[in-house]
Design a binder for this molecule. Structure first.
Ligand code: FMN
Length: 328
């Protein structure tokens, strides 16, 4: 049984990755249905939270049915990170996660996210102060290192464990790699091979099928996996992987009825959480993903993204059901 503090996560948990502008409550609701064992908010700016910026505050919204859920924070200033961890703890998530992996310039060039990979003493100090300021378990998500010459994650993992983090997720790329090339999990396996390590180590990067998940589970010996892009428009991936692990055969892909059901739920939760205008607007970038690979779908997709009201979107979904003869 994998545990983060007192949180029991099953034998081989599958985590939903924090993803900016994606991992919001509506998306998390469908991923929870799809079998995600632990989910995170998208990263939240420590400075934004302290300023009480409405956008950052809204990202703290978490719901009972989402548990266990972690709030992810990023920032370059230790004092601000501590202050924001206190604010985040007040909304009572199951854990606080620190982002030391974000490679984008706006974050890393301001000394936050993956920038901390260039200053390990500061990373360790920041983590230590956050662990001290909250009673919640603190976890870290990071990358292999800054660049090819500084892939120091094996040593960093041990230092972070020593100052009290309770789980570590490693994306198998360096900052310099951004999202290019193939994620390399061999150093993640080395963290696990260190006999001093006792906290759960989760691998991340490029898991996009049950076969790959099984291959990586066996080859790299991690305690669980985090999945990001493959869950976008395909929340079934979690249960598909679990089924494959258990039975050695693949679940049938989702029927059109399942796709419509998940899309409707995502839309409904978007409207509830963001209001009708923004909820309908932001949902538009998800339709193509939910119906990827469906023959002759383009005209319906066009109608979905142009539909101005919830009733109009639902009417298009009714047409989809009729066209593809989905049993209702
Ligand atoms: C659109 C997008 C937004 C992301 N935002 C975050 C974020 O807020 N925090 C974070 O730690 N990682 C973020 N990531 C990185 C993912 O969590 C994950 O590490 C990465 O996508 C690799 O996993 P995958 O191959 O399963 O997608 C983001 C990735 C994407 C594609």
């Amino acid at each position: 049984m994998v545990k983060i503090g007192q949180i029991a996560l099953g034998d081989f948990p599958l985590l939903l990755a924090p993803m900016e502008d994606v991992s919001d409550p509506p998306f998390r609701a469908v991923c929870k249905d799809g079998g995600a064992d632990l989910m995170y908010t998208e990263f939240i700016s420590s400075e934004g939270l302290i300023r009480d910026a409405a956008k950052s505050r809204q990202k703290l919204d978490i719901f009972e049915y989402e548990r266990p859920i972690g709030i992810q924070l990023f920032g370059g200033d230790i004092g601000n990170m501590v202050e924001s961890a206190k604010i985040a703890s007040e909304v009572n998530p199951d854990l606080i996660d620190i982002n030391y992996g974000c490679p984008v310039k706006a974050v890393a060039c301001r000394g936050a996210g993956a920038a901390l990979l260039q200053d390990i003493p500061k990373m360790v100090k920041m983590t230590e102060e956050i662990v001290k300021c909250t009673s919640l378990p603190v976890t870290v998500k990071t990358r292999l290192g800054w660049d090819d010459k500084t892939k120091n994650i094996v040593e960093v993992a041990e230092r972070l464990q020593d100052i009290g983090i309770q789980a570590l997720t490693v994306h198998g790329r360096t900052r310099v790699q951004m999202y290019k090339g193939e994620a390399d999990w061999s150093l993640i396996a080395q963290i696990k091979e260190n006999p001093r390590m006792r906290i759960p180590i989760f691998g991340n990067g490029d898991i996009d099928s049950p076969e790959k998940a099984l291959e990586y589970k066996n080859r790299y010996g991690v305690d669980g996996m985090m999945i990001g892009r493959a869950a976008i428009g395909y929340p079934w991936i979690f249960n598909e992987i679990k089924h494959f692990f258990k039975h050695g055969e693949k679940l049938a892909p989702p029927e059109m009825a399942d796709r419509v059901k998940a899309t409707r739920k995502h839309l409904e939760f978007s409207i509830r959480w963001k209001g009708p205008k923004l909820g309908i607007f932001e949902m538009r970038r998800h339709y193509a993903n939910y119906f990827k690979g469906i023959a002759d779908f383009k005209p319906f997709r066009m109608q979905l993204v142009e539909a101005p009201t919830e009733a109009d979107v639902l009417a298009v979904m009714d047409q989809i059901i009729e066209h593809y003869s989905v049993p209702v």
